[in-house]
Write a protein that binds this ligand. Sequence first.
Ligand code: GUN
Length: 281
Amino acid sequence: MQLLDGKALSETIKNELKNESDALRQKGVIPCLAVILVGDDPASQTYVNSKEKSAHTSGIASIVKRLPAHTSETELLNLIDALNNDTSVDGILVQLPVPKHIDSAKIIEAIDPKKDVDGFHPFNVGRLMAGLDGFVPCTPFGVMKLLEAYNINVRGMDACVVGASNIVGKPMMNLLLNASATVEICRSSTKNLKEHTLRADLIVVGVGKINLLTADMVKEGAIVIDVGINRNAEGKIVGDVDFANVAPKCSYITPVPGGVGPMTIAMLLANTVKSAKQRVL
Ligand code: GUN
């Protein structure tokens, strides 16, 4: 069993991005990411702080707009419009979830697809589905980079994606399809989930449920990618996989923390630098 070390790979990627940012600076372009956080959800605050810190280590400027929970949809749309029109801003990210009185689909569609570094705008969703270049959602993009770094070619593999969210499961399915895997998508409500996961050479789990994937659900030699981030009863961060018992059966597995999480942030920065490069074309 080999660990897929997302922490180490993310550091390498962030160093490479620092060099690319420095080269852009020489040409008068400072890559800039704008992050909008509405309300005071503690997990979202942690993610946003971490995005801000990592941007700086990669030579990317960041603007963080922290707005009160009672911010109206119109106020948020106006802010997005201003950032869309600000030529010094390369990437715009609205941290999800947004408060209930705001329609997240409307917010996502308001972001200029050329600045949509989350890859959530239907324009980029469609491009990914069609196998065209665009912005790819950071978490599944990070999973593909991690597999590539360990020379794992998914072509012809039976892949099982557990979780069908717009942020993880659906784009993961498209990336694996584009890389010539045979892909099945399951969710927490799937009947006999084990029947599906047991067949898979590659399992990607992102549901948000502790110990969802147990050793009896995994084929000997499978590759397991854990996208879950949960806090257990002792307050420790754990994934969706029963790591201690699943790991011995795997050829490769991601730890939590230190697997997919740090890759997500690295890919957000990569998308921001990619966007900034468009300014010098
Ligand atoms: N909330 C949880 N994950 C994400 C993400 O990747 N992007 C945004 N904008 N919000 C999130």
